[in-house]
Design a protein around this ligand. Structure first.
Ligand SMILES: C[S@@+](CC[C@H](N)C(=O)[O-])C[C@H]1O[C@@H](n2cnc3c(N)ncnc32)[C@H](O)[C@@H]1O
Length: 182
C-alpha cells in the first residue's frame, strides 16, 4: 500500500484551479459541432490518486480523480507516474475501464512516443495535458512537441520554489542552511 502524499493548502488551491479548468475545457470541447472532437485528459505526473490534507488531515482526491469526475466527461484518460506504488494505488482508485490508460514510467518518452501520437489535430482529437512535477523535471522537448501539434493544451504547474532555489541563485554557496532545508 502506498504512502499518500501530505499536501499543503497551496496544493489544494492548485487542485481546485485545475478542476475548474478541466471542467470548462471539457464543456467547451464537448459542445463543439462541425467538426465535433474527441477530447482526452492526459495527466503526466498523476500521483497516487489520493492525498492527505495537512490542514484537515482528511483524504482528498488528486488531479486524476478530479478529472474523472468532470461533467461532461472526457472521452479518454491517459495517466502516467514514475513510481510503481503510486501507479498501483491509482489503479485501485480509478478502477478498470477501457477508456482509462495507465502507464508506469518516465512521462517524457511516454508522452512523445505513445500518448501524443494518439491526439492528432487532423483526427479531430484534442487533449488537455497536465504537467505537475515536484520540481524542475520538465523535458522542454515535450512542451515544444505539444505546441507544434496544435491539438494539445498544456497546463503546467510551474515549480516556482525549485526555480528560486536552483536557478536564480548564481552562487549556491550563498544559500542559507535554513533555506536549503526548506
Ligand atoms: C506533484 S506530484 C503529482 C500530484 C498530482 N498531479 C495531483 O495533483 O494529484 C508529482 C508526481 O510525479 C511523479 N513523477 C516524478 N517524476 C516523474 C516522471 N519523470 N514521469 C512521471 N511521473 C513522475 C511522482 O512520482 C509524483 O507522484
Amino acid at each position: 500500500m502506498t504512502k499518500f502524499d501530505k499536501i499543503g493548502y497551496w496544493s489544494e488551491v492548485k487542485l481546485d484551479i485545475i478542476k475548474e479548468y478541466a471542467a470548462a475545457y471539457s464543456r467547451i470541447l464537448n459542445s463543439w459541432r462541425n467538426p465535433s472532437f474527441t477530447h482526452v485528459y492526459i495527466d503526466a505526473f498523476s500521483g497516487s490518486g489520493i492525498h492527505i490534507s495537512k490542514t484537515t488531515k482528511e483524504y482528498i482526491p488528486g488531479s486524476p480523480l478530479n478529472a474523472l469526475n468532470v461533467e461532461p466527461p472526457f472521452k479518454e484518460y491517459y495517466l502516467i507516474d514514475l513510481d510503481s506504488d503510486k501507479i498501483e494505488s491509482l489503479k485501485e482508485v480509478v478502477g478498470d475501464s477501457p477508456n482509462i490508460h495507465l502507464y508506469k514510467g518516465d512521462c517524457n518518452p511516454i508522452l512523445l512516443d505513445d500518448v501524443f501520437p494518439k491526439v492528432k489535430f487532423g483526427d479531430y482529437r484534442r487533449g488537455l495535458c497536465l504537467l505537475d512535477p515536484y520540481g524542475l523535471h520538465l523535458n522542454w522537448e515535450v512542451l515544444k512537441k505539444a505546441g507544434n501539434m496544435k491539438s494539445i493544451d498544456v497546463f503546467i504547474n510551474f515549480p516556482v520554489m525549485d526555480i528560486n532555489r536552483n536557478v536564480l541563485w548564481r552562487d549556491s554557496e550563498k544559500v542559507s542552511v535554513e533555506r536549503k532545508k526548506e
